[in-house]
Design a protein around this ligand. Structure first.
Ligand code: SF4
Ligand code: SF4
Length: 249
């Protein structure tokens, strides 16, 4: 009988010990340590790598971030502004020269390494807190940061295509002009080269005649002909020319 009541007491006491912490928090009405996520969001630290954000107006479209990304998820496109167009200044103080028509990041593949933020000169690309990155669908993780409306993007693309065609035509015209100038120069050089032998041919008989006279005049007299060195009788014969030895017999 005593053992029966002892078991009952053991069961009740162990439950009370187990519920001790619960009762303590229950009756003390301590402030809750959990929140009703996602309806409530905790304030995040400024340096939290939670969500990338690009300020399109401050982006130089330099492609540094896209090149630095190890998983290649930054998809961007820019169009050079017209030379008379003023797009304002970048945070670096330099004039903005490119329209940002596309800047998409697929956050479902991002490894949150922060390399893109490190290389951004203008600091237009940065971590933004306290926005948290969770979504209910994978598609929602694909974010676009370009702010130019679609019809303006179309106009810019058409303008850029037209400009490229014009530039190509100008280049072709320049090349053709250069080729024509080169051909004209070559033709002139050829004509000059052909004209020279004709002139030389007309002067040739005169020159030949005068040469013959000069040749005659210059023919030296026989007495002036120098003796060949090495002739045994010659006084100029070299000393080392072997002389015939007298016959001793
Ligand atoms: S944080 Fe890293 S992985 Fe994510 S977009 Fe930037 S460079 Fe790419
Ligand atoms: S590095 Fe910065 S300025 Fe350059 S394209 Fe990327 S976000 Fe824009």
């Amino acid at each position: 009988m005593a053992g029966y009541f002892k078991d009952i007491w053991l069961g009740v006491s162990t439950v009370l010990i187990g519920m001790h912490i619960t009762f303590k928090h229950w009756f003390k009405f301590k402030k809750a340590v959990t929140i009703q996520y996602p309806h409530e969001i905790l304030e995040m630290n400024e340096r939290t790598r939670a969500h990338l954000f690009n300020v399109a107006d401050e982006c130089a479209v330099c492609l540094q971030c896209a090149r630095a990304c190890p998983v290649d998820i930054i998809d961007m496109q820019g169009i050079r502004a017209d030379k008379d167009e003023d797009l304002g200044l970048l945070p670096t103080g330099k004039p903005k020269r490119m329209h940002l028509i596309k800047f998409d990041i697929d956050f479902s593949k991002c490894v949150y390494c922060g390399l893109c933020v490190e290389v951004c000169d203008t600091k237009s690309l940065h971590w933004r807190a306290p926005v948290e990155p969770c979504t209910f669908t994978r598609e929602e993780m694909y974010k676009s940061f370009a702010t130019i409306p679609p019809d303006e993007v179309e106009r810019l693309i058409a303008f850029d295509a037209e400009r490229k065609v014009k530039k190509a035509e100008e280049m072709a015209a320049k090349k053709a002009a250069a080729a024509a100038a080169k051909a004209a120069k070559a033709a002139k050089a050829k004509a000059e080269a052909e004209a020279k032998p004709a002139e030389a041919g007309a002067d040739a008989p005169k020159a030949a005649k005068s040469d013959v006279g000069e040749e005659k005049k210059e023919t030296p007299a026989a007495s002036d002909t120098p003796e060949k060195p090495g002739t045994p009788d010659s006084p100029d014969a070299p000393e080392n020319t072997p002389k015939p030895e007298p016959d001793k017999s």
